[in-house]
Design a protein around this ligand. Sequence first.
Ligand SMILES: *[C@@H]1O[C@H](CO)[C@@H](O)[C@H](O)[C@H]1NC(C)=O
Ligand SMILES: *[C@@H]1O[C@H](CO)[C@@H](O)[C@H](O)[C@H]1NC(C)=O
Ligand SMILES: *[C@@H]1O[C@H](CO)[C@@H](O)[C@H](O)[C@H]1NC(C)=O
Length: 519
Amino acid sequence: MASKPYKSKLFTFPYILLLTAVLFLTMNYIMQFQNATYPGSLKNLGWFDVVSPYITHEKINIGLVNMDELVDNIDSGWGLHWRGSTVKVHFDPAADYIKWKDLFPGWINENYPSECPEIPMPRFEDYQELDVILARVPCSGLRDVLRLQVNLVVANLLVRSMRKNNGPVFAVFTGACTPMWEIFKCDDVLWHKGNYWVYKLELTRLKQKVLMPVGTCQLATPILEPAGQPREAYVTVLHSSEDYVCGAIALAQSIIQTNTTKDLVLLADVDHISQYSLKGLRAAGWKIKPIRRIRSPHAKRQAYNEYNYSKLRIWQLKDYDRVMFIDSDLIVLKNIDMFFNYPQLSAHGDHKHIFNSGLMLIEPSICTLKTLLKKRFVVASYNGGDQGFLNEMFPWWHRLPEKLNYLKYFNTINDQLHEIPHDLYALHFLGFKPWMCYRDYDCNWDRLGHQIFASDMAHERWWNVYNGMSKKLKQYCSLTSEMDARIETERANARNATFIDGHWKIKVKDPRRPSILIS
Ligand SMILES: *[C@@H]1O[C@H](CO)[C@@H](O)[C@H](O)[C@H]1NC(C)=O
Ligand SMILES: *[C@@H]1O[C@H](CO)[C@@H](O)[C@H](O)[C@H]1NC(C)=O
Ligand SMILES: *[C@@H]1O[C@H](CO)[C@@H](O)[C@H](O)[C@H]1NC(C)=O
């Protein structure tokens, strides 16, 4: 008889399974009615109750974008019971042959007016006096032209077809996919339930977005000077390594030399940047704000880019409307204050459709920060660093001129000069940093594979900034014996390999060298 209870347990198992299944199906059935948008359903039009109190006139005009299958349902429902009346917005879908890479080319000729492929829009004059746009965003992937088109149609309708009182405008998104947050900022979410998101948008900010080119096929257009005194700052981040302290000091000094009127803010993980360094950074002109660094979930332990996600903290700076983030391995050569007049996210291209995250215009926002922090675990990064991640988060970005973030990079094999243009705004030192070389020449020449980063002309521009610094600040750019030993080793290798550029022949006169090592 010992086996009996065991047997009955076996029998009850299928019943539990059946019961669970029935329960599940019933729940689903109920849920379906709660979510459905069908005539006369009060509950399911919660978004309408959210929006309608804001609208003072009797009739509420609702434009429907990409909502074909729902038009009849919605119309008959509202026609009977509501203040609302709907109109379907017609537009031709973007041609199949237009691909993302056509909108986001790797390079454009900035000296000639370039053109972008045409993304069809509705005839706006047919949709005057709308109060609300109800739209469904296609779930067609991050870099999909149709998804962009639907988002742009909604944004343009809101800007161009709204009653002209300059008040808030409303967009309601439904379906499984959320709108592009590059256009519809998370700060503007007014209400969210189930598959409905209500956005209350400021017309002026949205206008700036629709004035941007559809992609980086054209340079971004500056936004209108904002009214009042905007709160703006140059910002850089130091999270782990003291190696960049000198770079950040030179960056601040280079910006100050351009007579900027903006604030200079340095985010520092004070557990990993010494008090001595912070003192120098403060003396150089930075206001220090302490942060806790952020680990990249995609970087290897102890890797050079392990904490690169600390850069996300720039969104935390809510005392500022706009921030120009600049990596510590850039210097500014001409006043760039006017480049604050671009919306998030504006940057210069790196390769393919990717922007370089070394200089970026962003708009601080806590909900943006929270979203980024949450998404960092699920969104990949092609290089394990912040650049890869941010490109996945902001695939629709705006192109700033190359001269604002000139990448010191030369892929011309025969050119030994590696000259840079004279009229640059800011220069980005890829490869070995100038302060990690001797003053005499760019030590990228001495390392096989690094010659693509080598430019004596660029090197000299950095040392010009150094020359203008006080004696006290120059101390932060001293040459340690480890650095000296590394450069000497590279030089010896270059000599042995008789690199044709011949920089290894140069007699080094850098006064920063620890004197005992001068041979
Ligand atoms: C900054 O201001 C000083 C003093 O007004 C002036 O001499 C200098 O030329 C200015 N520098 C730039 C880059 O405009
Ligand atoms: C990560 O940050 C380090 C400096 O801390 C920098 O040298 C490197 O280029 C960054 N890497 C990426 C992939 O962003
Ligand atoms: C110099 O180069 C040769 C090959 O060209 C190599 O065998 C030798 O180990 C090198 N010597 C040093 C000191 O690097």
